[in-house]
Design a protein around this ligand. Sequence first.
Ligand code: IPM
Ligand code: MG
Length: 376
Amino acid sequence: MDAGPGTRGSGLVKANVVVLPGDGVGPEVVNAALSVLATVCDAADARVSIDVHLIGGRAIDEFGMPLPEETLEACKAADAILLGAVGGPAWDHLRGEQRCEAGLLRLRRELDVFANLRPVKVHPHLADRTTLRTEVIRGTDLVIVRELTGGAYFGQPRGRTGSGPDEIARDSIVYSASEIERVARVAFKLAQSRRGELISIDKANVLITSQLWREVVSGLAADYPDVTLTHELVDSFAMRLVREPATVDVVVAENLFGDILSDEAAVLAGSLGLLPSASLGATDQGLYEPIHGSAPSLAGRGIANPYGTILSVAMLLRHSLHRSDLAAAIESAVDVCITEDVLTSDLGGTASTDAVAGAVAREALRHLGVHSGAAS
Ligand code: IPM
Ligand code: MG
């Protein structure tokens, strides 16, 4: 996977991927995904260097803060960043900027990765593993585009004033027209490359930010005549998402609505452990992470589901490294492995984290036309 700096392999200048394993199961799923990345890159002679840094609880223990400057600087200089998960009981008592989550939010903001893509696809083999009826979820294939650097997560003023019964806590939902426009354009373009249907989520019957959101998104529709745009209120869409998910193509939502809807959508797939995400900005750089958390109760046991992180690596290859061929090989390999019941315990299987990675790597090589024992 390695070569001299600036060398070219398959048309790609050596890419620099910063890896932030994080806490809990983060390091385990990241290692599994990196072994798949190394296998496909070696097979395709793609040049990728890996640079590991601390974030979250382990960074607090080492540097006293969840996002050390050296981690942030390395991320800013990277072609792509792969993150495991942050947080755990040892750091739950911390408040404000000291919290693990604050480090992750600052990283998103500093990298200006404003569009968070969360694809949710129901694998036919897993359609009966969820709490919803098989006929309802079969065929589901949707993407939530979540605005990631604005809204209630960052809006000012925020904070607490006063004390006792008079104490006031305040968060602010703030959006500018340009912030709405840039994420909406990502969603329109994505819809163009898919089934051409975009649902914009808001609460325009109540919130002023939602009224601006709806106006701005509507105003862009003329630029994308091949996309059918509809607007839905977040509360009724939350019902539609579990009532008729297969009718949904691309969804665009502000930060907080997107956060909530994407966890709801994860139920459709069968396990939170299956789902990847890509956070993108104005450049090719991206931040890639599974949508699950650090799952402290699973950590250190070698049983965490690595599929979400492996699929995040596929998104990294496609969006930041422009290697759709390698991304497709990994995605096809994951499909085959799931069909063949290579499943971790969250999906009723007995496979270990490493066994899943080994199986995906072997199958990816087969897709790339490489028949060797290199991945075993
Ligand atoms: C997510 C998570 C984060 C968020 C937390 C960990 C801050 O829930 O990525 O969806 O709310 O964005
Ligand atoms: Mg969330």
